[in-house]
Design a protein around this ligand. Structure first.
Ligand SMILES: Nc1ncnc2c1ncn2[C@@H]1O[C@H](COP(=O)(O)OP(=O)(O)OP(=O)(O)O)[C@@H](O)[C@H]1O
Ligand SMILES: [Mg+2]
Length: 362
């Protein structure tokens, strides 16, 4: 028998972006979206049946696009709670599966060897949500495991003891206390809020304050990513937006601070609940070791504001991960490589060993 070397892949399958890190040393990131040409004219122009990444934004008039994990559809809500018609749900599942396959193709694993993956999911994803992620991964991986998103971040950074990870993504904020072992589900919290909710609020406030200004969801997100803040700011955030066809300047300081600030009290309240379950000695140590990850961690002043808001419960110290784009994927890869071989073999047997063929056929 010829032994084929195993390739490991860590994946952070986010609502907004999907990052992948591979044991062959490659890594990449792509928007968590899939675009299909609207008709045969668009298909001819694009020359492809499906498109991914920035091309979707560039070609948005010619494609129907789906963000498979937006609004928690597959990742943390039941389909009833998501309120999505069956046909749309099927489309989202198909998009999820295409996205996983595309993301793995970006790191180029060898076509003829097994690929084992670890995928990060929200802390309180239900069994049905986990199955949806596993189904999306079937056909791409030969064996796959899922792990809570903040746990993968902590594992990657070797912060396995007395640390609380707060992962502020686009769809959810996931809070996970690390106590030296795989976290139990009851210890963790998923808040159904994140960057998408900030964008929605910011856009609504801007449209109310400046009805003449033309502003898209994308533009609102870009302004937030560039200037988002929650602390007291000396200068003003002034942006240029079209108004009745003419560029005009708008002061968006108040609206931006308000929108970004909506994340603070839900985080503080949930964190208090998470920490309260531990004995007082540990509570202090958790407060002194809070790690912020995810895109929302980049909101300026958020770390200090959280420290201030937590001060009544003890001295808090909040640090940001140095690379929020890849922290989850790199940790998931590390977890994949640290998982004993026999565990992978069992998983592979359970998945029937048939997925390699599907992947090669892609
Ligand atoms: N500099 C920044 N300031 C504020 N927000 C930012 C910044 N950079 C990215 N974001 C926001 O972070 C969010 C994306 O974060 P991240 O990539 O961690 O999400 P995700 O992993 O795709 O989502 P989830 O974990 O909820 O599934 C988006 O809402 C994005 O606009
Ligand atoms: Mg995430």
């Amino acid at each position: 028998m010829i032994f084929k070397e195993i390739t490991f892949v860590g994946m952070d399958l986010g609502t907004f972006k999907t990052s992948v890190s591979c044991s062959n040393g490659r890594r990449d990131v792509v928007l968590s979206a899939v675009g299909w040409p609207k008709d045969h004219i668009a298909r001819g122009m694009l020359g492809k049946d499906v498109i991914f990444g920035e091309e979707i934004l560039e070609q948005r008039l010619a494609v129907n696009s789906v963000r498979p994990f937006a609004k928690g559809v597959l990742k943390y809500l039941s389909k009833e709670a998501a309120g999505m018609p069956e046909a749309d749900l099927e489309r989202h599942k198909e998009a999820a599966s295409l996205l996983v396959r595309h993301a793995v193709s970006l790191v180029n694993p060898p076509a003829d060897g097994p690929v084992y993956g670890v995928i990060g999911v929200p802390s309180r994803a239900s069994i049905a949500n986990k199955q949806a992620v596993l189904a999306a991964a079937a056909g791409t991986f030969d064996a796959v495991m899922i792990a809570p998103e903040p746990f993968t971040v902590a594992f990657g950074m070797n912060c396995l003891m007395e640390t609380v990870v707060i992962d502020i993504g686009a769809g959810t904020i996931d809070i996970c206390p690390m106590c030296g072992s795989f976290p139990s589900e009851e210890d963790q919290v998923t808040i159904p809020l994140g960057g998408d909710a900030v964008d929605e609020r910011f856009l609504a406030l801007l449209r109310k304050a400046y009805p003449d200004a033309k502003i898209s969801e994308r533009k609102a997100r870009e302004i937030k990513e560039k200037f988002g803040f929650v602390h007291n700011l000396e200068e003003k955030v002034v942006v240029t937006l079209p108004s009745l066809g003419e560029p005009k300047q708008y002061d968006v300081t108040g609206q931006l601070k308000d929108a970004c600030g909506t994340l603070v009290s839900p985080i503080v309240d949930a964190l208090k609940d998470v920490i309260a379950k531990f004995d007082p000695d540990f509570q202090d140590r958790f407060l002194a070791n809070i790690l912020l990850s995810g895109g929302g961690s980049q909101i300026r002043g958020l770390d200090h504001l959280l420290e201030e808001s937590l001060a009544p419960y003890g001295p808090a110290s909040v640090t940001k991960v140095y690379d929020y784009v890849f922290a989850g994927a790199v940790g998931a890869l590390r977890l994949a490589m640290a998982t004993p071989a026999e565990h992978w073999t069992q998983l592979q047997q359970r998945s029937g060993g048939s997925t390699a063929t599907a992947r090669k056929a892609a």
